[in-house]
Design a protein around this ligand. Structure first.
Ligand code: DC
Length: 231
């Protein structure tokens, strides 16, 4: 199916499978996939590695603000999809671990960090034909996106998915800890002052608690065909 040069914004709660879904949509339509959470995770990794977050979780916001313009985060696509890079170093694996997952929410509440990520995304999305996943893409970053999807699923379902994903990567995690992390992030993401997780008025809600990825693809292809198909 040929579709016009649109922006597809996929927002929603953590571990609703936004990135798997966004990647598949991007592949299906030949669009570029942009993972906004990976940029927040990359900034968090940088802060941890440069001693800008103490063991007590306190962030040196002044030093981080000064460092931001020089943090070279980017995406490179290889044979197994798009990967996140810090300069020339692939940081894909590190940014997905529990150590960064535990610290990323507070970092993502900082206005200067949000400005940095928003600017990067707008630059990367300038040519359109992108699928972007995040929390505030449809409301704040690309309010003019032609297709906005808001994803949700029960916390227990999301924690189970996350735990399996982490175990698959060899991390030894307990369900209770993962569930707690999911709920904690929901709370911070929905209640922060700057750009909280929010559904745009014109977003379509997708609750995938009981849906497979294949079923979600059937759903979205139908939606896209109805709205943007040329026949
Ligand atoms: O989607 P994720 O789990 O990789 O996101 C990591 C963190 O970044 C999460 O705590 C929410 C935050 N985030 C955000 O605030 N805004 C976005 N557009 C994307 C992610």
């Amino acid at each position: 199916m040929n579709i016009p040069d649109i922006i597809i914004a996929i927002d929603g709660f953590s571990s609703t499978g936004k990135s798997s879904f966004a990647k598949l949509i991007a592949r299906e339509f030949g669009f570029r996939y942009l993972d906004s959470g990976a940029l927040y995770r990359g900034v968090t990794l940088y802060a941890v590695e440069h001693g800008l977050i103490g063991d007590d979780g306190v962030i040196d916001t002044k030093a981080l603000g000064e460092a931001l313009p020089g943090i070279d985060l980017n995406f490179r696509s290889g044979k197994d999809g798009s990967k996140t890079y810090l300069g020339s170093r692939c940081i894909e694996k590190e940014i997905r671990g529990l150590a960064i997952s535990r610290k990323v929410s507070p970092v993502s509440t900082l206005p200067q960090v949000r400005e940095y990520v928003d600017r990067k995304l707008r630059e990367l999305g300038r040519q359109r034909r992108v699928v972007i996943d995040g929390r505030d893409i449809g409301v704040t970053v690309f309010p003019d996106a032609e297709l906005k999807i808001f994803m949700t699923a029960a916390p227990e379902v999301r924690a189970m998915r996350r735990m399996k994903e982490m175990q698959g990567k060899g991390e030894d995690v307990k369900f209770e800890d993962v569930l707690e992390n999911v709920k904690e992030r929901d709370y911070i993401d929905s209640h922060r002052e700057v750009s909280p997780l929010a559904k745009a008025d014109d977003a379509v809600v997708l609750d995938n608690s009981d849906m497979t990825l294949e079923e979600q693809m059937v759903w979205v292809k139908k939606l896209i065909a109805e709205r943007f198909g040329d026949d």
